[in-house]
Structure formats: structure tokens, C-alpha cells
Design a protein around this ligand. Structure first.
Ligand code: PLP
Length: 369
């Protein structure tokens, strides 16, 4: 069976992680210690950011940013084509939600954001779906600046992705990443915030630690939560961050073969604006119109290829829980609805062999025929 994703840890990395974890256990310093700091320093340096703040996951890292920006009861624009976590974080931070459709790059466009902004809009959350930085990121960033609106990036998919020489997550006031196991790099569970804003960096550290003014004291100055990353997770994350460039290159190489061998077939390729700058968190492919996706995926599995989750199967405005709360319905955002219903994501992971790549291609062509 070819899995949809495979988490990759090299043998020598595992050995070093084990040694460091033993050291952490013996030290008794299991959270907010030197490895959390080291992960933050290495991720800040990799993304060319002034500050990085490690967290428990990529959902709370979005929420922490929104709380740092005092966005409770404020209108926040976010795409409907995203993982529910983007919405959950904004909802939990007390924001009023305004959804926006997507364009061909699967993200919000400048025009869509322009059309959605009202005098009440306080922030825009841009998500880089599938790992490629949204095509209109620069334009949306300058629009937000002109209008005095915060731009926040949910870059959960986009470690190691760039646009115009800048890393994902660095285009607005702050960016959030996830280290969930299916992501391009993982710490088991975990997340990280990057920002060049000193106040946000300091406040985020307070929020992630139950709102405590300092690690050792017991004075609470913010309505925070336990959003800390443990040292054990940080150690794992450090070794993955060091593999990021290598992993993304491997993903790009695999994507290139898919592109070459799947063009001129019954499938339609998803166009990535700058393939050399995407991390290919997902390799997205369109099924011919009218194909039953569930049936197609079942047949692929019977042929030894497991196709993983889409990005996403349903846009969030059609998720049952969101429909109930926000009163959204089918037809509200037709582009996202169409995209969500028509695409599949192919297996792509570092260490995927040439044979596995070719088998995926061969089975796709066989099953669709
Ligand atoms: C777009 C997006 N935002 C946020 C998250 C939340 O990350 P986490 O699972 O680490 O909380 C994820 C992934 O799970 C995601 O895909």
C-alpha cells in the first residue's frame, strides 16, 4: 500500500532526539526550557523573522495572534476554503466572521478581499492552501496597510514556501504554523508564531502560559490558556526544522514528475504559480467532471494507493456546525464549493521512491480509464 503521507525521521536524527529527550527527562525541565528557545531561534532564523514563539498547536497560535491584536468583537475576513481550525481560532478569540470565496490558486484574491472589506473590518486572515503562497499576497498586504487593517497569515501548510524571496508568514503583522504530524515538518503536536513586532512577541508568550506575566511568578495579566509546547516536542521539532529545505526539495521533485506524466491525461493539473517556491504540502489534481470521488478513491485503494484528505472536502461555510452558527448555505461561495468537490490529493512525502511515484501515476490512469 502506498500511504498518502509518511512521516520521515532519519535514523541518526532519531538517535540524537532520543539522547536529547533523555537529557530533558533527567534535567526535570520539561516545558518552556532551552529546547523550546532553540526551536524558536532556528525557526526565526529560517524565516528571517525577529521573533518566533512556540505553542501547543497551530490552532492556538492563530488564536494567540488574534488575542494579541485585541480582535474580540471585531470583524475578521477569512477564506471559506480552509481547515476548520482557522475559523475555530477566530471564533474562540471572539471575532465576528466574514467569509470570502477563493480563486484559481485556491486562496483569496485581492479583488475578493477588496469586495469583502467594510468599515468594520479589523483583520484579514490569509491561508496558503496546499503550501503555495497565495498569488495576491503582496497586493493584499499593501491593501491592508493602506486601510489600517491587520494581515495575519495562517501558514499551517506553508513551511519552506516563499514569494518574492520572503517566507510565508512574514507578509503581515504575524504568521502562524502547525507542526501537526501530517504537515511538511512536525514536532508530534505543536505550532509556532513568527512576527517582527516586539509587543506581539512578548504578549504571545504571556498568552501561551495561562496569561502569566512571567514564567516563575503567579500574577496573571491576560486571559490566556495552557498553550505551551513541551521540551520533548521542541526537541523533535528542532530536528525537523533542520530537514525542511531537504524535505521541500524532495516534494518539489516528486511534484515535477507528477506534472510531467499527468499532463495530457484525463486529469486536469492544478496550476502552481511558482513551483520552485512551493513546498507541495499537497499535490492537487482535478478529477474529470462528473467523477464520483468516493468511488474513485475506493478503487485506488483497491489498487494499492491510498489517497488522503482533500484541502478540503467541504468548504467551512458548508460544515454543519458552521451552517448552524453563521447561517451559511450552499451556493454562497461557488468557487470554493466547486474546487472542494472536484479535486484529489496525491501521496507525496520525502523518501517516496521513484517506483512509488510511478505506481501512483499508473494506477491513476488505469482507474480513471
Ligand atoms: C489551514 C490550517 N490551519 C490551522 C491548522 C491547525 O493546526 P493544528 O492541527 O496544529 O492545531 C491546520 C492543520 O491542522 C491547518 O491545515
Amino acid at each position: 500500500m502506498i500511504p498518502p503521507v509518511k512521516i520521515n525521521f532519519y535514523e541518526n536524527d532519531i538517535n540524537e532526539i532520543q539522547q536529547k529527550i533523555t537529557e530533558v527527562l533527567q534535567s526535570g525541565m520539561l516545558t518552556l526550557g532551552k529546547y523550546g528557545k532553540q526551536l524558536e531561534e532556528e525557526f526565526a532564523s529560517l524565516t528571517n523573522s525577529q521573533h518566533a514563539i512556540s505553542t501547543a498547536n497551530g490552532t492556538c497560535s492563530i488564536e494567540i495572534i488574534l488575542r494579541c491584536l485585541n480582535l474580540k468583537d471585531k470583524e475578521v475576513i477569512l477564506p471559506t476554503n480552509t481547515f476548520l481550525a482557522t475559523y475555530l481560532a477566530a471564533k474562540s478569540a471572539g471575532c465576528k466572521i466574514k467569509f470570502v470565496d477563493c480563486e484559481e490558486d485556491l486562496n483569496m484574491s485581492l479583488q475578493q478581499v477588496k469586495d469583502a472589506i467594510t468599515e468594520n473590518t479589523a483583520a484579514v486572515i490569509l491561508v496558503h492552501i496546499g503550501g503555495a503562497v497565495a498569488v495576491d499576497t503582496m497586493a493584499i498586504a499593501s491593501l491592508c496597510e493602506d486601510k489600517n487593517i491587520y494581515l495575519v497569515e495562517d501558514a499551517a501548510h506553508a513551511h519552506g514556501s516563499y514569494l518574492n524571496g520572503k517566507h510565508a508568514g512574514t507578509f503581515g503583522i504575524a504568521g502562524s504554523f502547525s507542526f501537526y504530524p501530517t504537515k511538511v515538518i512536525t514536532s508530534g503536536e505543536g505550532g509556532i508564531i513568527i512576527t517582527d513586532n516586539e509587543d506581539i512577541a512578548q504578549r504571545a508568550k504571556v498568552f501561551r502560559d495561562q496569561g502569566k506575566a512571567g514564567f516563575l511568578g503567579n500574577i496573571h495579566t491576560e486571559l490566556g490558556y495552557n498553550w505551551r509546547m513541551s521540551e520533548l516536542h521542541a526537541v523533535v521539532g528542532i530536528y525537523q526544522v533542520r530537514r525542511l529545505l531537504e524535505f521541500t526539495q524532495q516534494r518539489r521533485d516528486i511534484a515535477k514528475v507528477f506534472d510531467e506524466k499527468l499532463s495530457n491525461t484525463k486529469f486536469k493539473l492544478h496550476k502552481v504559480a511558482d513551483p520552485e517556491k512551493s513546498n507541495y504540502y499537497k499535490y492537487i489534481l482535478y478529477l474529470p467532471e462528473g467523477t464520483d470521488r468516493v468511488e474513485f478513491k475506493k478503487k485506488m485503494r483497491e489498487n494499492g494507493v491510498i489517497l488522503g484528505g482533500e484541502v478540503y472536502e467541504l468548504p467551512i461555510h458548508l460544515q454543519p456546525v458552521v451552517k448552524d452558527i453563521e447561517g451559511t448555505k450552499e451556493g454562497d461561495f461557488p468557487k470554493a464549493e466547486k474546487f472542494c468537490s472536484q479535486h484529489i490529493c496525491l501521496p507525496v512525502f520525502p523518501g517516496m521512491t521513484e517506483d512509488q511515484v510511478n505506481t501512483v501515476i499508473e494506477k491513476l490512469i488505469q482507474v480513471i480509464a
